[in-house]
Design a protein around this ligand. Structure first.
Ligand code: PLP
Length: 454
């Protein structure tokens, strides 16, 4: 291959249709050609080094350039490059990984289903919820509740669950099995004079009213990211999840934690459910499962759900759902090695400690800034809410593109954070190996870019 990364960058727009990208911007500016990475730093085709404070797409938890993961890919590929797992075929890595994951996951979860990414994990759990209810003679339980400003993926069903309008506007979505309820963001949605607890109770009451209106007999599940990621780094008020769980349980509605971002240490515990008191009936993960080194997802269910599927299997045969790459031997080997790195290097504890440091530094530098309304998140997941008016909590006009302007300036200065334009927020989700010096640099570049661009 004689092509250099630079010449390939020139040809990119000729051949590639990029995901979630503006074609006009590609034609104007060319692609952002990334050619190598190590730790928390990526390098582009011009040799510029950039501190990647988003960890790719919220996924490179163990950091870039791990030789031990490259070695595992090589060895597993040489030993068993592929074999499917349909019709009860298996491989040693899938079994070891499932066993390991169940040691780490919330204790009420008892079985794991493997796939290739977050969207397919959530698709799988929608189908399992339908299947579960149907096998129990409740086949009308098909609707699924999700929240405004949630992000659950871009397949047809998960884009429907997603509560961000941009993912619906060109399509006949959301499909009508989806019901959306309130985004639990007190800062932007609390009413004048309302306390956070009153806000929490109002939201739970709204879910109760929605269940009453639609009929509990028609509702299968409720999907929730422990902390909304792409929708703005939003954590519900204290007590929200236990109250939600009690309500859903009364109505035989399954609670699904979408931990595609929050899983595998991001919040300073192995799973967000552990620290936010969620007790999910099902839980989806991807991203940090392999730190992005292999496309892979793991979806978890309780033993109680499994027992229903087991009885169903005896009565009606196979659960007809699966992906060519479910339980991929190389993916499972990589995931196992990645979890070992996270465990052996104490990256979950490190996310907790350095996460506390990140939040403290953000508060110190930006807490009083006139254009910063709220700094939120947990562990190494943080959001900086930009505001036009701090006192009145007035958010920036999306047309002014503040988050994009700030992040473009930061990029010029060698630091990547993610703009969330619809909510006027900057999102931070670095590799869990980020150092304190890198955090200091990140925070000072955020401040400099806000000062320069707003
Ligand atoms: N769920 C959440 C919370 C996500 O953030 C994402 C992706 O960002 C997904 C699901 C979809 O994952 P994927 O892009 O791997 O399909």
């Amino acid at each position: 291959m004689n092509d250099t990364p630079k010449s390939l960058a020139q040809e990119d727009s000729q051949y590639v249709l990029h995901p979630a990208s503006s074609i006009t911007a590609l034609l104007d500016q060319g692609p952002q050609m990334i050619v190598s990475a190590k730790g928390s730093t990526i390098t582009d085709a011009d040799g510029n080094e950039l501190l990647d404070a988003v960890g790719g797409l919220w996924c490179v938890n163990a950091g870039y350039g791990r030789p031990e993961l490259a070695q595992v890919v090589k060895e597993a590929t040489e030993q068993l490059a592929y074999y499917h797992t349909f019709s009860n075929a298996s491989n040693p890595w899938q079994v070891q990984l499932a066993k390991k994951l169940l040691q780490l996951a919330p204790s009420n979860l008892g079985k794991v289903y493997f796939g290739s990414g977050g969207s397919d994990a959530n698709d799988t759990l929608v189908k399992i919820a339908w299947h579960y209810h149907s096998l129990r003679g409740k086949s009308t339980k098909t609707k699924v509740i999700a929240r405004e400003q949630a992000y659950h993926g871009t397949s047809i069903s998960t884009a429907s669950l997603t509560g961000l309008g941009g993912f619906h506007k060109e399509y006949p979505l959301p499909l009508d099995f989806v019901l959306h309820t309130d985004c639990p963001h007190f800062y932007t949605r609390g009413l004048e004079g309302e306390t956070e607890q009153q806000f929490c109770d109002r939201l739970i009451d709204n879910v109760a009213k929605l269940i009453e209106k639609e009929g509990a007999d028609n509702i299968a599940a409720f999907f929730a990211e422990p902390i909304h990621a792409a929708g703005g780094i939003i954590e519900p008020p204290a007590g929200y999840y236990p109250k939600l769980k009690t309500l859903l349980k009364q109505h035989d509605i399954l609670l699904v934690a979408d931990e595609v971002v929050c899983g595998y240490g991001r919040l300073g515990t192995w799973f967000g459910s552990d620290q936010l008191d969620i007790e999910p009936d099902m839980l989806s993960t991807a991203k940090g499962l392999t730190s992005g080194y292999f496309p892979m997802s793991a979806a978890f269910i309780t033993d109680e759900i499994f027992d229903v599927l087991k009885e169903g299997s005896a009565k009606i045969g196979a659960f007809s759902h699966g992906y060519t790459y479910s339980g991929h031997p190389v993916g499972c080997a990589v995931a196992l090695a990645n979890l070992n790195i996270i465990e052996n290097e104490g990256l979950v504890e490190r996310a907790k400690e350095n996460g506390a440091y990140l939040h403290a530094r953000l508060l110190e530098e930006l807490g009083d800034h006139k254009n910063v309304g709220e700094i939120r998140g947990r562990g190494l997941l943080a959001g900086v809410q930009l505001v036009k008016d701090k006192v009145n909590k007035e958010l920036p006009d999306p047309a002014d593109k503040w988050p994009a302007k700030v992040t473009a300036m930061m990029r010029k200065n060698g630091v990547i954070v993610r703009p969330l334009p619809s909510v006027g927020t900057l999102a931070i989700s670095p590799p869990l190996v980020i150092t304190r010096d890198e955090i200091d640099r990140l925070v000072s570049e955020i401040k400099a870019a806000i000062d320069a661009e707003i």
